[in-house]
Design a protein around this ligand. Structure first.
Ligand code: CDP
Length: 228
């Protein structure tokens, strides 16, 4: 059996990171961790419990009451986010959460909490994790680092389609504004801002089909495994 590696995928909002991460995990029989789901789940908890996240003591207390877990879906085997034993995979994708998640994810205590959990999940290797700081902060020694980009119009179109199927009242303008706002906050925050790791491979998938982006990345994996 080939040696298992850690694959870190970072990039802008809605540029296909999770699609690629899921494809790779399936192909390589690795575990997929959606780190963004963890920030979304924390945000959902803060919103539901009216936590004032500008108050550090309130944030610290709230985090003590949060347990995050990924469990496989019984039908398709895909991992889903559980917040304190409740399956929140669907609800964390709502615009209400998307509007606040970057603010919450910029809080140092929240990141320390999430990163510690993510690093625990990676101890066994054989993992694909996507997010904003995986190659820079969570796994700076990851074996393969991918930084994904795509044109804003394509990103908006993809996310609009996803969100429209759940909420036909959503508009393209709303989706675009949300992606741009998150990209701005994520890349300008002081703790672990979104940035390409110096040793990451950049993939612009604007013109690539899911199959093409998978094959391209699998070639990098195979090359690494040949060298090992
Ligand atoms: O899938 P999408 O691109 O919409 O974003 P996501 O991966 O679900 O992440 C949602 C938000 O969580 C991001 O906009 C970031 O604010 C935050 N996040 C982060 O700060 N660090 C990560 N490693 C992953 C997500």
């Amino acid at each position: 059996m080939k040696e298992k590696i850690i694959i870190a995928i970072d990039g802008w909002s809605s540029c296909g990171k999770s699609t690629l991460a899921k494809q790779l995990a399936k192909e390589l029989s690795y575990i997929y961790i959606d780190s963004g789901a963890m920030y979304r789940a924390v945000t959902l908890y803060f919103l539901r419990n009216h936590i004032d996240w500008t108050s550090v003591p309130e944030v610290k207390d709230a985090l003590k009451n949060i347990t995050l877990e990924f469990k496989p879906n019984h039908t398709n085997g895909e991992s889903e986010m559980y917040l304190n034993e409740e399956n929140v995979e669907y609800v964390i994708r709502d615009m209400v959460v998307a509007e606040k998640v970057s603010e919450v994810a910029a809080i140092e205590e929240v990141r320390t909490f999430a990163v510690a959990e993510q690093q625990k999940m990676g101890t066994a290797k054989g993992i694909v994790m996507d997010g904003r700081d995986i190659g820079t902060t969570v796994f700076p020694n990851a074996d393969l680092k991918i930084f994904m980009t795509a044109d804003i119009a394509v990103r908006v179109e993809r996310r609009f389609k996803e969100m429209y199927s759940k909420n036909p009242n959503i508009t393209v303008e709303e989706v675009k504004a949300n992606l741009e706002m998150r990209d701005y906050i994520d890349s300008h925050r002081s703790v672990s801002p979104l940035q390409k790791a110096s040793d990451a491979i950049e993939i612009n998938n604007t013109g690539l089909t899911p199959e093409e982006q998978l094959q391209l990345t699998l070639n990098y994996v195979k090359n690494l495994q040949k060298q090992a």
